[in-house]
Every structure is written in structure tokens, then in C-alpha cells.
Design a protein around this ligand. Structure first.
Ligand SMILES: [Zn+2]
Length: 342
């Protein structure tokens, strides 16, 4: 017999009724379940004296699950572990997930072990896995049937999954809008777009004590100065952003989406008729995507422009040759970096 030994320990052997080293082994088995032939590995104990394999109660249950999981895999259904992983991801109990889905109280518990779920339930579980927004709507519907603590716990887990999903979607959308600029070094400053660096540059400015009143217009200018200064000093920009000439100065393409990215410390401030976007970050921070050279360049920008008011910085930008020579709404090219005022 083809056996793989995975453990050996001295114990009472219930095969020969003696105490000796008993091996735990894996054996390749074939079985038929619901008319489907499946291969799986079953776990047994092995008695060297009787030269026989046998199983205890726990192994019988485990082997049954291994058989069912082999069947599930073959049929494209979620395995018991995958179902458990979905539930763990949402930090939800077996019975409360049943409450959300309107299923019998023990359904998930059984699916996480020996009972194979039907195709319809399998589809629902896969949808839950991929769609935290749907989970949130189910959670909202089931709110009155859950304890407040449980509801809060699930809400937090699902919200954070939702935000991660949203961030992936947002990043893809920004990257798609930048695809057409990839080849033009004068547009992107000889740098391919790095949204990790974009987020960290914003965080770096927001965390600096030498940057005052950091609202969106000022932030966009600081980012442009950082990229152009980097290009002037090193021949490549930091972020790979492409900037447009708008009335108040340089603004990166996709600016509204950029400030929505996860980890951008942006706060909406109610100004009566409109909202302002304020950027601030307190406490000790690290900026993993930025090199020491990147940070030195950001420090120069902060030193020269960090304390300027919004209007000061707009006026300063308006005197840039890059701005003067660019037609309104056109892309500001990096070729003017030599003439940068800082
Ligand atoms: Zn034995």
C-alpha cells in the first residue's frame, strides 16, 4: 500500500492492544460520491506489529470531509475550508451568517464540514465572497435580528473589505485614464505612474509641521513642484502624474479620484455653500514607497512653499514659464523644468 508517514508517537494501539510507536499515515483513496469518481488522501493509524491500518473516530470524520472536499473541488464548488475562510473574512459566526442569508441556523456549520452545499447556495456564498457591498445590504436588513455588538463587528469588517475593493477599482480607473500618457516623457516627467507614491507624497505633505493650511489647491501645486523639481534634479519625476494647466495652476489628471484613494488623509470641511478638502496627518508616520532622495526633494518644496497661502502659491505658479507658455487646459510639459523658480 502507498502510505505517506506524517507522524509517529508512542501510544496505546487499539489495533493490537499494546502500547508502542503508532504511525499516522496518509493513503491515496478512490471513492464514488453522487456518481462522481474522486481521488483523495485519507488519514489512518498504522500498526507495525499487525501490519494493518485503522482509523479512530476523529479520522473517520476528517476523512469524510476530505472525500466531500475532493468532490466539491471536482464539481467547482467551494470547499469546506473556503466557506470557512469567507466567514472568517467577514468576522461573522456560523449562525449569524445563516441569519443574514435567511438559511436554517445550522446550515453553514454543516457546509463547513460534511454536508455538500447545493449549487444555488454555493453561488450565493461565492457572491458574498466577492461583494462586500451586498453583504452590507444583507446586514442592514438583518440588523434587528442581531446583537448590537455583533452588528457593529460585522459592519466594521464588511466596510473595510468594501473600501479595499473600492480602492482597487479606483486605482484601475486612474491607471486606465493615464494609459494614453505612458509613452510621453514630457507629459509624465519620464516616470510611470505610481499611485503608492502619489498617496505617500500627499501623506508626507499632510504630516509636515512646516506645511500650513493644506487644502486641495495648495496640495496640487506642491505636488507639481515636487515632480518638476525631481525632474530638474534627477531627470525623472516622483509620482508619474500628468498635470493640466487650470486657472488656479497645475492640477493632475484624475485629481478627484486621487484624493479619494485609500490612506489619503482627506477631510471634507463644510464651508456653507461648498465643501473644502483639508489634508492633515498627525503622529509618527512612515512613507514606505518614498526613497530618501524623494524625501529630500519634498523637503525642499516644503521649505520654499510650505508656509505660503493659497493665493501666494497661485500667484507664484502663475509666474512659472511652464504655466505662462502652456495653453489653458493643456498638459504642462516637463521641458520647462530648467526654468523652475525653485
Ligand atoms: Zn499495534
Amino acid at each position: 500500500m502507498d502510505m505517506k508517514i506524517i507522524k509517529s508517537e508512542k501510544r496505546m494501539c487499539t489495533c493490537c492492544m499494546e502500547e508502542h510507536e503508532v504511525k499516522t499515515v496518509l493513503v491515496k483513496e478512490k471513492a464514488t460520491f453522487k456518481n462522481i469518481k474522486v481521488d483523495y488522501e485519507a488519514s489512518y493509524l498504522y500498526c507495525d506489529i499487525a501490519e494493518e491500518v485503522y482509523m479512530d473516530e476523529k479520522q473517520m470524520q476528517e476523512n469524510d470531509i476530505r472525500l466531500k472536499d475532493a468532490y466539491r473541488e471536482k464539481e467547482g464548488l467551494l470547499t469546506s475550508k473556503q466557506i470557512r475562510d469567507i466567514r472568517v473574512k467577514y468576522n461573522i459566526s456560523q449562525s449569524d451568517l445563516c441569519v443574514l442569508l435567511g438559511w436554517g441556523a445550522k446550515t453553514i456549520t454543516r457546509y463547513e464540514s460534511h454536508q455538500v452545499q447545493d449549487k444555488a447556495h454555493d453561488t450565493i456564498l461565492k457572491k458574498i465572497d466577492q461583494d462586500p457591498e451586498w453583504f452590507l445590504s444583507l446586514l442592514n436588513d438583518a440588523k434587528s435580528n442581531l446583537s448590537i455588538e455583533s452588528y457593529q463587528k460585522y459592519l466594521q469588517a464588511a466596510t473595510s473589505l468594501y473600501e479595499e475593493d473600492r480602492d482597487i477599482y479606483l486605482r484601475k480607473a486612474i491607471e486606465a485614464s493615464y494609459a494614453k500618457f505612458q509613452e510621453n516623457k514630457m507629459f509624465n516627467g519620464n516616470q510611470s505612474l505610481s499611485l503608492d507614491k502619489v498617496v505617500d507624497v500627499i501623506r508626507y505633505f499632510a504630516a509636515s509641521l512646516n506645511v500650513t493650511k493644506l487644502y486641495k489647491v495648495k496640495l496640487m501645486k506642491l505636488m507639481w513642484y515636487a515632480d518638476v523639481l525631481s525632474y530638474k534634479m534627477r531627470g525623472f519625476a516622483i509620482t508619474g502624474l500628468v498635470y493640466q494647466a487650470l486657472p488656479m495652476g497645475a492640477v493632475p489628471i484624475g485629481h478627484n479620484s486621487i484624493i479619494d484613494l485609500k490612506d489619503v488623509p482627506c477631510e471634507e470641511v463644510d464651508m456653507g455653500e461648498t465643501y473644502a478638502y483639508h489634508f492633515a496627518l498627525t503622529g509618527k508616520q512612515s512613507f514606505l514607497s518614498l526613497s530618501d532622495e524623494d524625501k529630500k526633494i519634498l523637503d525642499i518644496v516644503i521649505e520654499k512653499l510650505g508656509k505660503m497661502s493659497k493665493n501666494d502659491i497661485i500667484n507664484f505658479m502663475h509666474r512659472e514659464r511652464a504655466y505662462i507658455e502652456t495653453t489653458p487646459r493643456d498638459i504642462i510639459e516637463f521641458k520647462y523644468a530648467e526654468n523652475l523658480q525653485i
